[in-house]
Ligand binder design. Structure first.
Ligand code: ZN
Length: 305
């Protein structure tokens, strides 16, 4: 005779009880007792049934399960989405790319002049609405001044927010607004962006990729935006040269007068004494600085921050 199986479940736990029928009276009693005890146990342990109507609790549980599945698929797709290239260093030997973030601002033209006077070029990572609005007449003039002298223009996004805290749409928005401003003012579509605070994640890289932009960081930080002294900033350049660095991608901020009027002349003099070429980020990476160029537009009332 085949054995009998009794399977009991509650919550996520199930158990199977094997019963071997016997002609004996004792076996029959044991069988009945096990069944009764199991039913009593289940009655005590089972959760209270939830009503299917009204609040729709059961439907919500199903929805949650579905949402988890959707999230999982989305995560797997995201993991396969292409990421923007990320550069922290130059590639060419004996080249230095001096970058200046957070403008256009008060000392922008001075930076441009210091570099131009020694036959060098630099890179400006512009915001749209940070220390000043890029559509202010003075800001527009500063952007045009830098571009006219061959310096590179890079997107540093619109408001200088930490992009890792933003949604996909808002990251696009932060990038798009400053790109629109640069296209309007100087007719340029930047091929590079620098994330504010150097803060990024895969979502930021995905959005940058979709906007055809490579991302740049740095391998020398003057520390000016961190409140470091002029001597600290100068020491960073001195140490890098003392180490015979093959190339340098340096982070400076054009929004500090001491950076522009003290650190920059010191760095230029030191770098040139060691025969480093002062070039743009695009040049030191052998890449194009812009996706395309077009004719700048005439200012209009829609140009606002
Ligand atoms: Zn910045």
């Amino acid at each position: 005779m085949s054995p009998l199986f009794a399977r009991y479940c509650f919550s996520h736990y199930c158990t199977t009880v094997t019963m071997v029928p016997s002609s004996s009276y004792a076996s029959a009693v044991r069988f009945v007792l096990v069944v009764l005890l199991s039913r009593a146990f289940l009655a005590l342990a089972s959760p209270t049934p939830v009503a299917a109507s009204g609040s729709g609790t059961i439907g919500a549980v199903d929805a949650e399960r579905d949402e988890t599945a959707v999230d999982r698929v989305k995560r797997e797709l995201d993991a396969r989405a292409p990421l923007a290239q990320l550069f922290s260093s130059c590639e060419n030997s004996k080249q230095v790319a001096l970058t200046f973030d957070d403008g256009p601002y008060a000392w922008s033209t001075e930076v441009s002049d210091f570099l131009t006077e020694v036959g060098g070029r630099g890179t400006f990572c512009y915001n749209g609405n940070n220390w000043a609005c890029i559509y202010d007449a003075e800001s527009q003039a500063r952007v045009k001044y830098a571009v006219a002298r061959g310096h590179q223009v890079v997107s540093h996004t619109w408001r200088h927010l930490d992009l890792t805290q933003l949604s996909f749409d808002r990251i696009h928005d932060e990038m798009w607004r400053v790109e629109q401003a640069l296209e309007r003012i100087v007719g340029l579509a930047p091929a590079f962006m620098r994330p504010p605070y150097g803060s990024y994640n895969n979502l930021v890289r995905q959005v940058s990729y979709q906007r055809n932009q490579s991302m740049i960081l740095w391998d020398l930080d003057t520390g000016d935006s961190l409140g470091k002294s002029v001597s600290y900033s100068e020491q960073q350049y001195y140490d890098a040269i003392n180490q015979n660095r093959e190339n340098i991608l340096a982070l400076n901020h054009e929004t500090y007068q001491s950076t522009v009027e003290q650190v920059l002349p010191y760095a230029i003099k030191l770098l040139q004494s060691k025969n480093y070429q002062l070039v743009t980020v695009a040049e030191c990476l052998n890449m194009a600085p812009y996706q395309w160029t077009t004719t700048p537009q005439m200012p209009s009332s829609s140009w606002t921050c």
